[in-house]
Write a protein that binds this ligand. Structure first.
Ligand SMILES: [Zn+2]
Length: 560
């Protein structure tokens, strides 16, 4: 399917002839997520219609997750279209809720994003349903009301007909005075930077949304497109204050883990992030086996979600970079090799640990919070000579985070497991640009008056990066908060409005304390078996009391 080209508008209403354009017509952008935080990406763009850029899930801790249940700040029925930068759930994960609440516009995005979004949203709905069920059971025991999921599998099905696949680098006329172009972002397959043009009463103006940016020289996807002009730029800053190791160095570390466990005839366990990271690991392993850099041994991809994502990667080769296309032209499959087995059923998954001897097991999920990875950790973490390879960010309170922070005894699936495996933390497979990459991408912009809004980062990362951008390029720079409205009253003259209702500082501080409390809770739960019998009940009671007090305080705080 292709997008509309001129003529018709996104929601099928007649095109604006331009003559009736209002004099005060100008772009207004409201930050509704991923502002002073990393998740929940959502931006409302208004001219005389309303559009959304991304509609992602808030993740990481109870305070963030509660925000998924907040009011939208707009009427979903009034949104003409949604432009989706990529398939990660912190960018697309609230779409089913949006549709459930009345959105009927088109969802414009690239082919790989639409396909990946389908499997990730179904997965997200399953998680929402399971968590609501678990919470309901818990609530009933405490005499509290039932909980309904944010959305269900049926809500995801209702979204699918709204997707409209667009070609990268093609300018789409959504309205005569409103055009959008998707450019390669180099983050995950199909990920895009958005260029948005709006012809206003005072002349044309342009906004650019970086989406999540990748870096040059990634294994599978193309380099990020170099945009050269904008009046307003929204740039991500996930790693705005950090520099990654190189892919080359990370590859060496991965091989070191493999050699180590092979020597001890044990397994290498890799918690898998289903999209991109898993395919990159397969890519690296296939090359290493071909070149004899690692000894031959079985490799299991033990995650139905990662297997489905890999199938999508195989079908959308037009989004690969030149070197990967050259591999295919040579008759090689970057995601397959004789040693590789896809374990789809749980029986096949269970069988992996019945076989002794060296093997590489890539299993979901990436932060070890759920899924088949927990079984592999239970069976292997205690075995000297086995290794655990962490290739992605581990959220606060996750099992993966506790392991990299050096926990020596864990409770996994109800059993105590001592950590004797060697733990390798490898940062270079990140699909995000680091500080150096972000600055290099920004250096292409030539408009000295460009207003830069640094988003999609923890507050300190965004603020550090904003300062650096101001010093290096002299652009007017800002770190907007959720609720801030940015308007372009005249080209080059951006204005930021901070509505009174914006979240007070203490609410954010409280949220951080609550997340720390959740961390204490999970630390406690993984160590409770170590304490004498009378201590657990006392500590349990005190913890519960503290949690309830914090919850009550949070309810008094106005929501963002
Ligand atoms: Zn992303």
């Amino acid at each position: 399917m292709d997008a509309h080209h001129g003529g018709e508008t996104a929601n099928g209403s007649p095109p604006n002839d331009g003559v009736s354009r209002r004099k005060d017509l100008y772009m207004r952008i409201t930050c509704l997520g991923a502002s002073r935080c990393v998740t929940g990406s959502c931006f409302l763009l208004e001219n005389d219609r309303k559009y959304l850029i991304d509609c992602g899930l808030f993740q990481g801790g109870r305070h963030m997750e509660a925000m998924n249940h907040h009011e939208w700040g707009f009427d979903p029925r009034e949104i003409s279209a949604l432009f989706l930068t990529h398939a990660h759930v912190d960018h697309c994960g609230r779409i089913p809720k949006l549709v459930k609440n009345g959105f009927r516009g088109r969802i414009y995005t690239t082919l790989p994003t639409a396909e990946l979004c389908r499997i990730l949203l179904f997965d997200s709905a399953h998680i929402q349903e399971m968590e609501a069920e678990w919470q309901t059971r818990k609530n009933r025991r405490e005499g509290k009301p039932d909980v309904s999921p944010l959305y269900t599998v049926d809500d995801v099905k209702a979204c699918l007909p709204l997707f409209e696949v667009v070609s990268t680098d093609e300018i789409l006329s959504i309205q005569p005075e409103f055009r959008v172009c998707f450019r390669h972002a180099g983050h995950i397959l199909g990920s895009s930077i958005l260029e948005v043009w709006c012809d206003e009463a005072q002349g044309p103006s342009k906004a650019v949304f970086s989406g999540d940016l990748g870096h040059k020289g990634q294994l599978i996807v193309r380099d990020p497109y170099a945009v050269t002009d904008a009046d307003i730029l929204f740039v991500e800053s996930t790693y705005g204050n950090r520099v990654h190791k190189s892919i080359e160095e990370s590859r060496r570390e991965l091989f070191e883990a493999i050699h180590y466990s092979y020597k001890h005839k044990e397994k290498v366990i890799v918690p898998a992030f289903a999209v991109e990271r898993t395919q990159e690991i397969l890519f690296v392993l296939s090359q290493a086996f071909r070149e004899g850099l690692i000894p031959s041994m079985p490799v299991y991809l033990d995650s139905p979600l990662a297997i489905a994502a890999t199938d999508i990667f195989r079908r959308t080769t037009e989004y690969y970079n030149d070197s990967t296309l050259a591999l295919i032209a040579d008759g090689l499959d970057p995601f397959d090799f004789p040693q590789l087995t896809f374990t789809r059923s749980s029986e096949e998954s269970i069988a992996i640990n019945r076989n002794s001897g060296p093997a590489i097991v890539i299993a979901g999920n990436g932060m070890c919070t759920a899924g088949r990875i927990k079984h592999h950790l239970k069976h292997n973490l205690w075995r000297p000579g086995s290794s655990l390879v962490i290739v992605g960010f581990q959220g606060e309170g996750s099992l993966g985070r506790r392991i990299i922070e050096g926990a020596k005894l864990l409770t996994i699936l109800g059993e105590r497991v001592v950590v004797r495996a060697k733990v390798f933390t490898i940062g270079g497979f990140s699909a995000h640009a680091d500080q150096t990459d972000l600055l290099e991408w920004l250096a292409h912009f030539t408009n000295q008056l460009m207003q830069v809004h640094v988003i999609h980062g923890e507050r300190s990362a965004s603020e550090d990066f904003a300062l650096l951008v101001r010093q290096r390029f002299g652009f007017p720079t800002d770190v907007p908060a959720i609720g801030d409205i940015i308007s372009l009253a005249a080209p080059g003259r951006a204005r930021v409005e901070r509505p009174e209702a914006a979240e007070p500082e203490w609410n954010q501080r409280l949220a951080r304390i609550i997340d720390k409390a959740a961390e204490i809770r999970s630390l406690w739960e993984s160590n409770r078996g170590l304490f004498p019998a009378q201590i657990p009940s006392e500590l349990e009671r005190d913890l519960l009391r503290a949690e309830e007090r914090l919850d009550a305080l949070l309810k008094r705080a106005p929501s963002a």
